[in-house]
Write a protein that binds this ligand. Structure first.
Ligand SMILES: NC(=O)C1=CN([C@@H]2O[C@H](COP(=O)(O)OP(=O)(O)OC[C@H]3O[C@@H](n4cnc5c(N)ncnc54)[C@H](O)[C@@H]3O)[C@@H](O)[C@H]2O)C=CC1
Ligand SMILES: O=C(O)CCC(=O)C(=O)O
Length: 416
């Protein structure tokens, strides 16, 4: 029996190959887009609070810049690997393609555990990493942003260090910054907001009334919590939530803001009110209308795909579903809104932030959200049409559209 690969880089390559079959992708083009253009691995020393010096490892992968500078977040997590960061950078290229942004994909990661670090240590790791990769990033080269366990404050420290190296303020080097130092209104909510726009479209397609629709969310950070709040505002009932420490369930529904207050006080979603404790696996297999994976990769695999009961799986997270699981979900009629579409709102408003930085002219939240909604609705429609034309799932359709666009750019530049 062949077991499925859970290596994110191999999965990304497999996704490219699968979609490529529908457009007779030139083997030379496939070879180019199956590998990142550049991967920089760095190690840098950081003074810890106890006086010792610790050496941290970080990675920045730049997948492709045929259409524009590389773009993508930086993750701080103990389990970061080179292959994971490479895959995440590839998914960024195709994500930017799905929404039509003038970017290629990049991604970064530092192997560290922010939960065990003081604010001072976190700041020194953030500054140390951006200094280590400063030669290859920049407003017209590669523009990082937040991802798992990084936030606006971390972006501000990185922008500050990069600006000092450059000798002038470089707000356009990084997005997801605090508003006061060049951040965009709406960026903090953008990943979840974009995801909600795609859920609205998907619900229309399958005839699901969002009023009273039940929701389970895995992960209660930037993407997960804000998605919960926005779905609650639309009248959905949030019945199950998990974070890295456990999962909870309430048949009557949970108020997302109260749950956030509880998480901020106790450090976790567990032991909230009268909720019962469930396992993270139970949450994924729950009989709900909408499942939002908003944490890490490979949570829906060949092992549990057949047990997924949700009608819509909206991938706020990157890479939550394996290719084998995709096949099962498609056969079972589950509408999967793939990561490169469902969570593209984050990079879209990052793009708006970068544009505002380059113009030094800032938009209202309404302007940001109107533009975001238009791009997300359009991206969903184009993906849906392709899925119907080729009779494929939404992920394959999103790759078909994005690879087609990237191939045109690579050919126009004369690389193939
Ligand atoms: N922040 C952004 O703008 C974007 C984030 N994403 C993706 O969304 C996902 C979540 O990222 P953020 O919300 O930004 O990170 P975050 O750091 O704000 O939150 C991560 C959440 O996941 C939870 N988590 C970690 N391990 C878990 C596990 N095993 N089971 C359940 N929950 C677990 C954490 O407790 C935390 O609540 C990632 O896949 C990220 O790549 C995608 C696009 C943009
Ligand atoms: O905002 C960005 O530039 C990228 C966010 C990100 O890392 C992602 O979409 O996975």
């Amino acid at each position: 029996m062949v077991t499925e690969s859970l290596n994110a880089f191999e999965i990304a390559q497999q996704q490219i190959h699968e979609a490529g079959k529908y457009i007779n992708l030139d083997p030379a083009l496939e070879a180019i887009i199956k590998e990142p253009k550049r991967v920089l691995i760095v190690s840098f020393p950081v003074k810890m609070d106890d006086g010792t010096t610790k050496v941290f490892q970080g990675i920045r992968s730049q997948h492709n810049d045929a259409i524009g500078p590389c773009k993508g977040g930086i993750r701080f997590h103990p389990d970061v690997t080179v292959d994971e960061v490479k895959a995440l950078s590839m998914w960024m290229t195709f994500k930017c393609g799905v929404v039509g942004l003038p970017y290629g994909g990049g991604k970064g990661g530092v192997i560290c555990n922010p939960k065990e670090m003081s604010q001072g240590e976190l700041e020194r790791v953030a500054r140390g990493f951006i200094e280590a990769i400063a030669a290859i990033v920049g407003p017209d080269k590669d523009i990082p942003a937040p991802d798992v366990y990084t936030n606006a404050q971390v972006m501000a420290w990185m922008m500050d260090t990069y600006s000092r190296i450059a000798g002038s303020n470089q707000f356009g080097v990084i997005t997801g910054k605090p508003i006061i130092v060049g951040g965009s209104l709406g960026r903090n909510e953008a990943t979840a907001q974009g995801c909600i726009y795609t859920i609205i479209k998907a619900a229309e397609k399958i005839g699901l009334n969002l009023q009273g629709a039940t929701v389970a969310i895995q992960g209660y950070g930037n993407a997960g919590y804000i998605a919960a709040r926005l779905l609650h505002d639309l009248g959905c009932k949030l019945v199950a939530v998990s974070d890295s420490r456990g999962a909870v369930y309430s048949e009557d529904g949970v108020d997302p803001s109260h749950l956030l207050e509880h998480k901020q006080k106790t450090g976790s979603c567990v032991e909230f009110g009268t909720c019962s404790l469930i396992t993270g696996e139970d949450l994924l297999e729950m009989d709900v209308d909408i499942l939002v994976p908003a944490a890490l990769e490979n949570v829906i695999t060949s092992k549990n795909a057949a047990n997924i009961k949700a009608k819509i799986v909206a991938e706020a997270a990157n890479g939550p579903t394996t290719p084998d699981a995709d096949k099962v979900l498609f056969e079972n009629g589950v509408m999967v809104i793939p990561d490169i579409l469902a969570n593209a709102g984050g990079v879209t408003v990052s793009y708006f932030e970068w544009v505002q930085n380059l113009m030094n002219y800032y938009w209202t939240k309404e302007e940001v959200n109107t533009k975001l909604k238009a791009l997300m609705f359009d991206a969903f429609d184009k993906t849906y049409i392709t899925s119907q034309e080729h009779k494929v799932d939404m992920r394959t359709a999103a790759y078909i559209n994005s690879i087609t666009r990237l191939s045109e750019a690579i050919k126009a530049r004369g690389l193939v």
